[in-house]
Each structure stands twice: as structure tokens, then as C-alpha cells.
Design a protein around this ligand. Structure first.
Ligand code: DSN
Length: 411
């Protein structure tokens, strides 16, 4: 960074400011985490330079000896971590991984059945705003209106009616476990392929603290920067028989040269995720999310599905008469970062949804436990009781900074 401060002080200043923001505030965004600095070191390494189209031992550029060793190691570590037959570590993101799976085995216009965005699904699962919606014929399933848990009987009926070529599971705002065995049976019953996007929960799966989709699915996609605790990037796991189609679809189908620096960071992330300390951290992530949920309920908040089995909770703010956008802003001004989110059967516009999503991965990475979770919930409650009180935001922000000084970012 010493060089950057000389050659580009503006960018250097932005990096310093972002470091300060991270260390002095609390990250409750369920999709985020605090990676180990070793991961960022790999990301900023000379591997950022190399062009290496293709795969190990089959490149379209010369000078790839180290690149081949790197990618092979990343693939091997990833396969071992998740017990997968094949791993492609080249996708630049989770969305890129999903595109590559769709185009590996489907034709434009094919039918895909996936979880509805407003019930917790993901944009790249055929949401109207995503280009994926224009390439395939999507149908969406959701949660049961009473339990707010995935309605498997309804999925079975929809699958029988629609006869999709692919069934997609996985979510970005669903606090419960997913019954992969049941979904695999439903897919098999209509001869559909089965893909699981486990981006949010990949760390919990790697640590074996929740069930893995890998034995049940033909394809599993994920990102490395959420619960898995790495930096940004995507991965595809698949059965061996799909290896040629998946590899061709990633390169040259959907991407050009891989980002080898990202692959280096992914490899370090997989190595760290295989350590015993990582398992303890993932167990604590779930314990912290559960505690957060119970503490919120005690203060009268309604949680979607009544709680959580994973790293996030989704608060339904509609009974409180506060928009998710107002809540997000009040918390952010106080140094607590979370994000507004739709809740199932929410008819509010997307910019002003009725929910707030809170996640425990980043606070857990800082070593925070039950006492700090209770304190965070107390702040959230105070802020949401007086969502327009600017003085309150300022005073909570000071308390947040004081807590942050006791819990350094991972070093
Ligand atoms: N998928 C988005 C989220 O869950 O916040 C970003 O990764």
C-alpha cells in the first residue's frame, strides 16, 4: 500500500476509508464476511496478471506451469472439502456459475422450476429483472403461507404439471434447511436435472454443520465470500459425467481467461475451511443467528418462519409499520449494516420492502458471541422504535464504535 499512496493517493485514501468503515462498524449483511488477510494477499498477488485460457495442461497461453499447479490445487482442495466428484473453480461469480450450468445442459427456452425471489430465491433463478428470465421458460415455487417453509407438496404438483428440464433449489433469504433428498426425488420423478445454488450456506455445508446438497444434486454452485469466508468468486461442483459439459460451458462458453488471483484466493479459502477452527466458527455462526432471532422475538419482532436454522434471520417489519428501507437507513447511520429485503407475500414495491435481513457470519468472524448479539439486538430495537431520531443514531454509533474497538477484524 506504500506504493499506492504515492502513485494514486485518491484510491489509497478510499481503501483506507473502507478499512476504517469495516473496523468501526458492524456488518450484519447476511451475504458478507470478514476474510482472513492471507486470502486478500493471494487475491492481490502476481496471479492477477496471467492470461491462462483453458484448463490445466490444456491452455491457450504459454507460461502456465504455476497457473496449472495453482488451479489443480484449488480443484483438489475444493473437491475434498465438499466431497464432490468434480469442481470448476473458474466462474467469476455465483451468477456466472449459474449461467454456466444452465447453458451446459439446457437449450434456450427450456423449462426451469426455481424458488421465487420474493420468497427468498435469487435474481439469477429467473427473476424478471435478470437476463436469465429472457433465456428460459421459468416457473417459480415458494413457501407455505402459514409455516413460511418451502411447500414441497406444491413443488411436486408443479413439477408434474410443468415437467421442467431443471429443478433449482437454493436461496438468498431463506432461514430454514432445505430437504435436498425430497427435491432430488421430485426432479427424478419428472426426469429433470437438479441444481442447488448454495451460495449463502457454503461455509455451513463445508463445516458439516448443516446437511450438504452435494450427494443429491447434479450441480451445486456457490460463492466463496459469504459464510465460506473468502473473497468474491464462484464455483461449480458436479457429477463426473457432467465434467466435460460444465468445463466447456465455463470456458469458452461463458467466460474467457480465468482470474487466477481469484482462484489463488479460493484455494486459500478452501484450505482454511478444512481446519477444525472453521467448524467451530460455523457452529457459532448458527448459534449467534439463533440467539439474534430469539432476542428479537422477545422484543416483539415477527421472524419469517418463526426463527432460523442457518446464518440469517428475516424480520417482518410490516406489523411495526416501518419500511425495510427506513430500517436499513436508521441502522446504517448508527454503524450497523443490514439490508432491506422482501418477505414472502409482501406486496410492497422492491425499493421499500417489508423486511430486514440480518446475518451472523461477519460478527462471528470477529469473535462476537451471545453477549454482543444481545447488545446488537438492543441497539436495533432502540433504533427501530425511533426510526427518525437522528440524535439516537449518533449516540448508538458511538456505542457501536466502542464495541468494535474490542473486536478487531481477523488478522
Ligand atoms: N445474493 C446477494 C445477497 O444475498 O445479498 C449478494 O450476494
Amino acid at each position: 500500500m506504500a506504493l499506492l499512496s504515492i502513485c494514486d493517493p485518491q484510491i489509497d485514501a478510499l481503501i483506507r476509508n473502507e478499512e476504517k468503515r469495516l473496523s468501526e462498524t458492524i456488518d450484519l449483511i447476511a451475504a458478507e464476511n470478514h476474510p482472513a488477510p492471507a486470502i486478500l494477499e493471494a487475491l492481490g498477488s502476481v496471479f492477477a496478471i496471467k492470461a491462462a485460457e483453458g484448463y490445466p495442461a490444456a491452455r491457450y497461453h504459454a507460461g502456465c506451469d504455476q497457473a496449472d499447479a495453482l488451479e489443480n490445487l484449488a480443484i483438489e482442495r475444493c473437491r475434498r472439502l465438499f466431497g464432490a466428484e468434480h469442481a470448476n473453480v473458474q466462474p467469476h461469480s455465483g451468477v456466472a456459475a449459474n449461467w454456466a450450468v444452465y447453458f451446459a445442459v439446457l437449450q434456450p427456452g427450456d423449462r426451469i422450476l426455481a424458488m421465487r425471489l420474493s420468497h427468498g430465491g435469487h435474481l439469477s433463478h429467473g427473476a424478471t429483472a435478470s437476463a436469465t428470465s429472457r433465456c428460459f421458460s421459468w416457473a417459480h415455487y415458494g413457501v407455505d403461507p402459514e409455516s413460511e417453509v418451502i411447500d414441497y407438496a406444491a413443488i411436486e404438483a408443479m413439477a408434474a404439471r410443468i415437467r421442467p428440464q431443471m429443478l433449482v433449489a437454493g436461496a438468498s433469504a431463506y432461514p430454514r434447511r432445505i430437504d435436498y433428498a425430497r427435491l432430488a426425488d421430485i426432479a427424478a420423478g419428472v426426469s429433470a436435472l437438479f441444481m442447488v445454488d448454495m451460495a449463502h450456506i457454503a461455509g455451513l455445508v463445508a463445516a458439516d454443520v448443516i446437511p450438504s446438497p452435494v450427494p443429491h444434486a447434479d450441480f451445486v454452485t456457490f460463492t466463496t465470500y459469504k459464510t465460506l469466508g473468502g473473497s468474491r468468486g464462484g464455483v461449480i461442483l458436479c457429477r463426473e459425467k457432467f465434467r466435460p459439459a460444465i468445463d466447456r460451458s465455463v470456458f469458452p462458453g461463458c467466460q474467457g481467461t480465468p482470474a487466477l488471483n481469484m482462484i489463488a484466493a479460493k484455494a486459500v479459502c478452501f484450505e482454511l475451511a478444512a481446519q477444525p477452527a472453521f467448524r467451530a466458527r460455523q457452529q457459532q455462526t448458527i448459534a449467534n443467528a439463533r440467539r439474534m432471532g430469539r432476542a428479537l422475538e422477545k422484543r416483539g419482532y415477527r421472524l419469517v418462519s418463526g426463527g432460523t436454522d442457518n446464518h440469517l434471520v428475516l424480520i417482518d417489519l410490516r406489523p411495526r409499520g416501518i419500511g425495510g428501507d427506513t430500517a436499513e437507513k436508521a441502522l446504517a447511520d448508527a454503524g450497523l449494516f443490514a439490508n432491506r429485503n422482501p418477505v414472502p407475500f409482501d406486496d410492497a414495491p422492491p425499493g421499500r420492502p417489508g423486511g430486514l435481513r440480518l446475518g451472523a457470519p461477519a460478527i462471528t468472524a470477529r469473535g462476537m458471541g451471545p453477549e454482543e448479539v444481545d447488545q446488537i439486538v438492543e441497539w436495533i430495537d432502540r433504533l427501530l422504535r425511533h426510526p427518525q431520531d437522528l440524535a439516537l443514531r449518533r449516540s448508538v454509533r458511538e456505542e457501536v464504535s466502542a464495541l468494535c474497538r474490542r473486536f478487531a477484524l481477523p488478522s
